[in-house]
Design a protein around this ligand. Structure first.
Ligand code: IPD
Ligand code: CA
Ligand code: CA
Length: 268
């Protein structure tokens, strides 16, 4: 199947998710480096800005208006989840908030849409590069007009890999640092760029060969995981099993490097 063969409901959901991501991204772009209000959440390093809230209000407000029958899970608490609804929108209104607050140009909007507990549509928009990534289950993954395909790197020593750290890193012993050190010594390069959703899209686009992280949330991984899978990549937990939709554990790769990455990031 390709995008031309989508049924009308899938097409409507995809078009709405794209439109909302573009509109929220416009807010991010317009207010970037304008001295936005920043507060803390679960820890002193866990930030939220007024732009996170403005983007979420736009997306959730439009969904409540146009698709009142759908469930909504949004990072900053907007909308209502309903386990019995067929469609569920899983929204990170601004992924990369620390970057945004510091004027580091790497952040995005991420919108995943589930149908009966399976992600059906994923859209991620980087407003500074004006890059719109999207995928529909069984119909492929795209960056604008270009179909996405993961890289063909099979040698870990030639791989560019990314990871991230959760906001409890100052206090938790399960901090990803030992895993980071193991991969750092084995791969060509290792990045920590601060946007899980974009990291996943970069695996899908072949810009990264693999990406893993622990203690993420559903809104970080919903859209990006589908985009990786539809680009031919693999997404699992740290043992190689099905990745939980909660985002608790996520290992993604071009498939060729998967077992090697798992050997470095599983519990030792
Ligand atoms: C964070 C980013 C970051 C990742 C953190 C996430 P936020 O999301 O995706 O790259 O390392 O674990 O929480 O807070 O900027 O939406
Ligand atoms: Ca996030
Ligand atoms: Ca966020």
């Amino acid at each position: 199947m390709d995008l031309k063969q989508l049924d009308s409901e899938d097409r409507a959901v995809l078009e709405m998710a794209k439109d909302l991501a573009l509109r929220a991204g416009r807010i991010q772009r317009d207010r970037y480096e304008t001295g936005v209000d920043v507060r803390t959440k679960s820890a002193t390093i866990d930030l939220v800005t007024e732009v996170d809230h403005a983007c979420e209000a736009l997306i959730v407000g439009a969904l409540e208006e146009e698709r009142p029958q759908d469930a909504i899970v949004a990072e900053e608490g907007g909308g209502e989840d309903h386990p019995d609804r067929e469609w569920r929108w899983v929204i990170d209104p601004l992924d990369g908030t620390t970057n945004y607050a510091h004027g580091f140009p790497r952040f995005c909007v991420s919108i995943g849409v589930e149908f009966r507990d399976e992600t059906r549509v994923g859209v991620v928009y980087d407003p500074l590069l004006d890059e719109l990534f999207y995928a529909v289950r069984n119909a492929g993954a795209w960056l604008g007009e270009r179909k996405l395909q993961v890289s063909t790197t099979g040698d870990f020593g030639q791989a560019l890999i990314a990871t991230g750290f959760s906001y409890d890193v100052h206090k938790s012993a399960n901090d990803n640092v030992a895993r980071f050190a193991r991969v750092l010594k084995a791969a060509r390069g290792l990045r920590r760029d601060g946007s899980a959703a974009l990291d996943l899209c970069y695996v899908a686009a072949g810009r990264l060969d693999a990406y893993w992280e622990l203690k993420l949330h559903a809104w970080d991984v919903s859209a990006g995981s589908l985009i990786v899978q539809e680009a031919g990549g693999q997404v699992t937990d740290c043992e190689g099993g099905a990745a939980p939709r909660s985002g608790e554990e996520l290992v993604s790769s071009n498939g060729l490097l998967h077992d090697t990455l798992i050997s470095y990031v599983k519990d030792q």
